[in-house]
Design a protein around this ligand. Structure first.
Ligand code: FAD
Ligand code: MG
Length: 297
């Protein structure tokens, strides 16, 4: 069957796009690999009416409401490539060999966090090691915090985190110039010159090269990001380069550089959140629907 739209990625952004299309009685296929970026976190914060809820529960409730619409189909699986054999007709190939076709596409595939290689870090990701202070800073109750420099955005993060508690910056391989050191000192940030070899403990105890340890309530870092899916590349969508990694270029209606292909959520942002993913998805869904009515112009 030729769907009106295939949505690749069935998390917050993809489901928000699907919901607009379902409510316009359009035929939508959502393809989802089930690997939400926040699956490591026990609680999600900052999304209206759902503050503090488990991120999986928010997604499950959204999915149940979406699947109540009869024109929505859901397929678990991984899209590996997409092509446009003729204008306004897209073919999406799945890992298991299945092929699905639609008149439009939404890419809502999110990103993958590339954590620095430091023993103890990955196990604590989303529990006591975090990305976003707006998501997780409040609960740390103004305790001692750390910033681990791990992407070019370390300076921005180290300047920001003191809003949530006294902050130590672990520079590791990064270098701070004089102006940066002065700005950080003015914010009360202490720079730790010793290398961190591991993170241990119930929260985040930073084990230093000389055997000393610094106990933190929480550690923040901005990892490099990678596309969670190769589909945008297979279509040739234009990209932007951000400090954490690449993301898809979109216009205010969330159209990519390829007519008929829309993108929403983290895959099309330098930095994202559940609220922003839902907003992007709603915009993409409505814009996609109108492109079915008025054409791709
Ligand atoms: P995602 O939620 O990442 O979903 C992408 C979906 O696409 C996944 O289901 C994935 O499996 C699927 N997918 C990818 N590739 C394919 C493919 N090829 N084929 C099929 N499916 C595919 N934000 C908040 O607002 N509040 C918080 O408290 C918060 N806490 C966070 C905690 C942690 C530890 C992290 C890492 C992030 C947190 N975030 C939080 C950010 C939030 O997780 C993201 O902004 C949000 O998940 C983006 O939604 P999305 O729909 O764009 O992508
Ligand atoms: Mg996305």
């Amino acid at each position: 069957m030729l769907h009106d739209a295939i949505i690749i990625g069935g998390s917050y952004a993809g489901m928000a796009a699907a919901l607009q299309l379902a409510r316009a009685r359009r035929h939508v296929l959502v393809i989802d690999a089930g690997q939400r970026r926040n699956r490591f976190a026990a609680h999600s914060h900052g999304f209206l009416t759902q503050d503090g809820e488990p991120p999986g529960a928010i997604a499950e409730r959204a999915r149940a409401q979406l699947l109540a619409y009869p024109s929505v189909a859901w397929r678990e699986g991984k899209a590996v490539a997409a092509a446009q054999p003729v204008p306004g007709r897209f073919a999406v190939a799945l890992e298991d060999g299945a092929l699905h076709e639609a008149r439009r596409l939404v890419l809502a595939t999110g990103v993958t966090d590339l954590l620095p290689e430091l023993p103890g870090l990955a196990e604590r990701w989303g529990r006591s090691v975090f990305l976003c202070p707006y998501c997780d800073g409040y609960e740390l109750a103004q305790g001692p915090l750390g910033v681990l420099a791990s992407s070019p955005s370390w300076f921005h993060q180290a300047m920001l985190i003191p809003e949530w508690g006294p902050t130590t910056l672990f520079l590791q391989d990064q270098a701070a110039d004089e102006a940066q050191r002065a700005a950080l000192a003015a914010r009360g940030v202490r720079i730790e010159p010793r290398r961190v070899l591991a993170v241990t403990g119930a929260r985040a105890a930073m084990q230093l090269e000389d055997g000393e340890s610094i106990a933190l309530a929480g550690l923040f870092l901005q990892p490099r990001i990678a596309f969670a899916s190769p589909v945008a590349e297979s279509l040739g969508c234009a990209m932007e380069e951000g400090p954490m990694g690449r993301y898809l270029r979109t216009d205010p209606r969330r159209a990519t550089s390829i007519p008929g292909v829309f993108a929403a959520g983290d895959v099309a942002r330098g930095a994202g959140s559940v609220s922003l993913a839902v907003g992007d998805g709603a915009m993409a869904g409505a814009a996609l629907h109108q492109s079915l009515v008025f054409g791709l112009g």
